[in-house]
Ligand binder design. Structure first.
Ligand code: ZN
Ligand code: ZN
Ligand code: ZN
Ligand code: ZN
Ligand code: ZN
Ligand code: ZN
Ligand code: ZN
Length: 413
C-alpha cells in the first residue's frame, strides 16, 4: 500500500528534490479514519505502520486472514478458524471452524421440542422425548384406538363412546361402553318388564307391575285405589249387563204376529183367580212384525166384567213399542184368539176361535202413551167355565191360547 502511494508520488514528482520535500511533508496515518491519531513526516509512516495497531497483519495463528492488530486478540479468541475453543454445551474442545460446524449439532445443546410442546431437551434426547415423554405425541385411546395427543387423551376418555362406564342399575356388568349404555338400559327395562308380576287387580284396571316384593308392598298400600277400581268396574259391568239384557230382550221378542201362550199350573191359577178379585195373567209381549205394533194378551181365568165368575175373559192391549212413531194409527189389524183343543186325535180337535176388527174410534187402538191402558180390548165372555170342562182344552194342567194378528185383513171403516 505504502509502496503504491510512493510510486504514485514519484510519477507525479520525478524530481529528487521534490521527492525529498514530499518525504518531509507531514501526513496522517493511513488508518486515520479508523481512529489512529498518528501524524508525522511521510518518511516515518512506514515505520509507524509496522506498529500501528490499526494496520492489518497476517493472523498469528496462520489461519490466513489479515487482521488489524487491535482486533487480533479477539480474532484469535473468537473468530480465527484455527483457534481452540470449547463447546459451551458439551465442553469438548474444537478448532474454530470445527466449532462453527459443531454448533447447531451439539447433542448436549438444549433445544425446543419440534412438536411445540414447550419442553427444552438436549438434542441427543429429542427422539426419546418425542417418542416417550412429549405431551404432544400421539397416543391411541385405549378404549377406541383413535389417536390423540398425550395431553388430550384423558379428556377424550371422559367422552369416549367406547370407554366403560358403570351400569346405573348396578347389574355388575362391569364395563358397559358409554355408547352402549342406552341400549343396555333398554335391555334392563325389557327384562324387568318381562319379569314383572302384574297386580292381581289388573282386570279392574290397575296397571302396576313389579317384583314379588314390590307387588306385596303395592297390594298393601293400594286398598283404596283397588276398591275404587273394583267399584268402577262393577258399575261398568252393570251398564253392560243392562244393555246386554236389552239386546237379548230385543232378540228374543216374538215378531211373528202370532203368540202361542202356554198357561201351565192351570188348576192352581184358576183356584187363585176364584178366591181373589181381578187376578190377571199377562202374556209375554210380542210384535206384529219386526218393526210393528207391540202387543200383550191378558187372561182372567175367573172372568171379569160381563163374564165375571162364569167365563174366562181374554183381552189384547197395545203396549208402547219402539217403532210406534213410524206406524199408522189407530191400530186396525184383525185380532183372533184361539183356545186349542188338545184332543189326542188332531182331526177331531175342536178349537174355540174369536176374532175382532178394531173399531178405530176406540181409544184402545190409538197410539199408546207411556202408561198403557189397564185393560185393552177383547172378550169378557170368551169361553164359559162349563165349556172349559169339556173336550181337552186343559190337558196335563196346561192350556194353550193363541193370539194372532192378521195385517192382511185391514178393514177400512
Ligand atoms: Zn496508525
Ligand atoms: Zn486467525
Ligand atoms: Zn458441544
Ligand atoms: Zn415435546
Ligand atoms: Zn376413545
Ligand atoms: Zn346393567
Ligand atoms: Zn294394583
Amino acid at each position: 500500500m505504502l509502496k503504491y502511494i510512493i510510486s504514485k508520488i514519484k510519477k507525479i514528482y520525478p524530481d529528487p528534490e521534490s521527492e525529498k520535500a514530499i518525504m518531509g511533508s507531514v501526513v496522517y496515518c493511513i488508518h486515520h479514519k479508523e481512529g489512529c491519531q498518528w501524524s508525522d513526516e511521510l518518511r516515518k509512516l512506514k515505520a509507524h505502520l509496522n506498529t500501528c495497531k490499526h494496520d492489518a497483519v497476517l493472523c498469528a495463528a496462520q489461519c490466513g486472514a489479515m487482521i488489524p492488530r487491535v482486533l487480533m486478540q479477539d480474532h484469535l479468541r473468537y473468530t480465527c478458524a484455527r483457534r481452540r475453543a470449547n463447546c459451551e454445551h458439551c465442553h469438548k474442545e474444537f478448532s474454530g471452524s470445527a466449532l462453527e460446524e459443531h454448533q447447531g449439532n451439539c447433542g448436549h445443546e438444549p433445544v425446543y421440542c419440534e412438536n411445540k410442546c414447550g419442553a427444552k431437551v438436549q438434542r441427543r434426547h429429542t427422539q426419546q422425548h418425542i417418542q416417550q415423554h412429549c405431551s404432544k405425541r400421539l397416543v391411541p385411546c385405549k378404549h377406541c384406538g383413535q389417536s390423540y395427543t398425550q395431553d388430550t387423551v384423558s379428556a377424550h376418555g371422559l367422552s369416549c363412546g367406547r370407554a366403560p362406564v358403570a351400569c346405573p342399575q348396578r347389574c355388575g356388568a362391569g364395563g358397559v361402553a358409554r355408547a352402549d349404555l342406552a341400549a343396555h338400559l333398554r335391555d334392563h327395562a325389557a327384562a324387568a318388564a318381562a319379569a314383572a308380576l302384574p297386580c292381581s287387580f289388573r282386570d279392574a284396571g290397575c296397571r302396576f307391575k313389579g317384583t314379588r316384593q314390590a307387588l306385596d308392598k303395592h297390594t298393601e298400600e293400594s286398598c283404596q285405589q283397588h276398591l275404587a277400581l273394583v267399584s268402577a268396574l262393577a258399575s261398568r259391568q252393570a251398564r253392560q249387563l243392562d244393555s246386554l239384557r236389552a239386546a237379548v230382550a230385543r232378540l228374543s221378542v216374538n215378531c211373528s204376529g202370532a203368540l202361542v201362550w202356554r198357561i201351565s199350573d192351570w188348576a192352581a191359577k184358576m183356584a187363585e183367580a176364584k178366591c181373589k178379585d181381578g187376578v190377571e195373567l199377562v202374556s209375554p209381549a210380542f210384535y206384529t212384525s219386526q218393526y210393528g205394533y207391540k202387543l200383550q194378551a191378558s187372561l182372567f181365568l175367573n172372568g171379569n166384567g160381563a163374564g165375571e165368575a162364569t167365563h174366562m175373559s181374554v183381552y189384547i192391549k197395545i203396549l208402547p213399542g219402539e217403532y210406534d212413531a213410524l206406524l199408522r194409527w189407530p191400530f186396525a189389524h184383525t185380532v183372533s184368539f184361539t183356545l186349542f183343543d188338545q184332543s189326542p186325535s188332531p182331526d177331531r180337535a175342536c178349537n174355540i176361535v174369536e176374532s175382532f176388527v178394531p173399531d178405530p174410534t176406540w181409544k184402545n187402538f190409538q197410539r199408546p202413551s207411556k202408561e198403557p191402558d189397564a185393560l185393552g180390548f177383547g172378550f169378557p165372555r170368551f169361553v164359559s167355565h162349563e165349556m172349559l170342562k169339556k173336550r181337552n182344552f186343559i190337558k196335563d194342567d196346561v192350556m194353550f191360547l193363541r193370539v194372532k194378528v192378521d195385517p192382511s185383513k185391514i178393514v177400512a171403516v
